[in-house]
Design a protein around this ligand. Structure first.
Ligand code: SAJ
Length: 409
């Protein structure tokens, strides 16, 4: 068997390539970014994730290679980014089409090209198949296509890569089975085979399901606040029912996936979607809701100056360094819009200052902030709870024990 070429070495491509290599597959990882490839060739990781360092060592021992140039082989996995275009709520498929197009230009006859990047349902039909046509390649003969959407959760990627079930969509059972045999080299979960469109749709549906569930929890938080009830206790009790599993409320839904993917369904089926769109509105409205709650607490406690307020947490969720679509960023955008200046910001996972008012100095943050809004439940916070003792707190992540100085969502 020829080498497996993993094209795109970001959050998904790198761990995936390493996992294949660590499990004995001959892998070359390709990325256009020279600095990134150089870093990896210097045996340095480009981002942090639990268990990634050890996996990297194992892959290096097995001889994984990293390259800027796409090499000819008969097995490709495409893991390039699909950035989100906020204005039209769609993803940008141009990196996927560019990568596949380059692969089509050089690959062996009969090569299999697997797309792992998250794409909106129908992308392969609309944008990828025509590329083969343009190049005079017949899909199913000269090249084969498959879609194997990734499912790993940031914060626990390495474990999930090995243990999650997967979906593989292909035009024929034979190709799907071949791709399954690649992933079997490390994947302990079930690998379900289907067609390409169902695989595309399943990915988006999974993230949409979670979005709707979180929206329900957020709506319950608002109801409980009005009634003076504890939403966490309520959810905890309801979840004791064997068929109920409500997620946790929070300051909003961030990240590149759950806050993005449901929009594909909204965009493509506007005459059908109701719950999906409503859930998006509920979750997108949470940063504003937190600002409202902040205002109420500031009035109640007589805090007049915004420079006495601190936001703890800038990332989209706990223990990651990813800021994409983060609720805190959305709150800061609102402040900027209304010319509210001087709020303090701290996040132990974000090692460079990215926003106005951000400090790297935790002591300084604590000193300046009389009122702290906890937006992310990093481990760092849990390790330092005692330092928040004298603060007024709005805890949107249910980290602190309830008391008269701690307000819950
Ligand atoms: N959140 C809540 N309440 C919860 C759970 C999450 O408010 O109970 C918020 C988080 O704080 C965060 C956002 O939702 O802002 C999304 O975080 P997440 O941990 O739910 O998910 P992601 O975006 O990190 O990863 C998701 C996962 N999808 C599902 O669980 C269905 C992951 O498996 C996917 O691989 C990933 O999207 C992706 O790449 O699509």
């Amino acid at each position: 068997m020829n080498k497996l070429n993993v094209v795109g070495l970001g959050y998904i491509g790198l761990p995936t390539g390493l996992m294949f290599a660590a499990n004995g597959v001959e892998v070359v990882g390709t990325d256009l970014n020279k600095e990134l490839v150089e870093t990896l060739n210097n045996k340095k990781l480009t981002f942090e994730e639990k268990g990634l360092r050890e996996l990297f060592e194992r892959a290096l021992d097995k001889g994984i290679q990293f390259s800027n140039n796409l090499i000819k082989t008969d097995r490709y996995i495409i893991t390039v980014p699909t950035p989100y275009i906020k204005e039209n709520k769609k993803i940008e498929a141009k990196y996927v089409t560019a990568a596949v197009s380059q692969v089509f230009d050089i690959c062996e006859k009969g090569a299999v090209v697997v797309i792992e990047s998250t794409i909106s349902p129908g992308t392969i039909d609309k944008f990828v198949r025509p590329l083969a046509n343009d190049k005079g390649l017949i899909i199913g003969k000269d090249v084969h296509l498959a879609h194997a959407p990734e499912r790993i959760i940031p914060g626990n990627m390495v474990f999930e890569l090995e243990n999650n079930s997967r979906t593989i969509g292909a035009d024929s059972r034979k190709v799907a089975e071949e791709v399954r045999s690649w992933y079997k080299s490390f994947c302990k979960g079930d690998i379900v085979l289907t067609d390409i469109k169902t695989a595309e749709m399943s990915k988006v549906v999974e993230n949409t399901f979670r979005d709707i569930n979180i929206a329900f929890a957020n709506e319950l938080a608002k109801i409980c606040d009005r009634e003076g009830m504890n939403v966490y206790e309520l959810i905890n009790i309801a979840n004791k029912h064997p068929r109920v599993n409500i997620l946790q409320p929070g300051p909003g839904v961030g990240g590149h996936c759950i806050s993005v993917d449901p929009w594909f369904l909204v965009g493509d089926y506007p005459d059908i979607v109701n719950i999906i769109l409503a859930a998006r509105h509920v979750n997108d409205g949470m940063p504003d809701y937190v600002i409202q709650r902040m205002g109420g607490i500031m009035r109640e406690k007589g805090i007049e100056n915004i420079s006495e307020v601190g936001l703890y947490g800038l990332t989209y969720k706990e223990n990651v360094d990813d800021l994409r679509e983060s609720p805190t960023l959305q709150m800061l955008e609102r402040f900027e819009k209304y010319f509210v200046k001087g709020i303090n910001v701290f996040d132990p996972m974000v090692k460079e200052n990215k926003v106005a008012g951000q400090t790297q100095d935790f002591d300084e943050f604590l000193e300046k902030s009389k009122f702290i809004v906890v937006l992310v439940g990093h481990q760092h916070l849990k390790d330092n709870l005692n330092l928040f003792k004298n603060k007024i707190i709005l805890d949107t992540r249910n980290i602190f024990e309830a008391c008269d100085k701690v307000y819950k969502l």
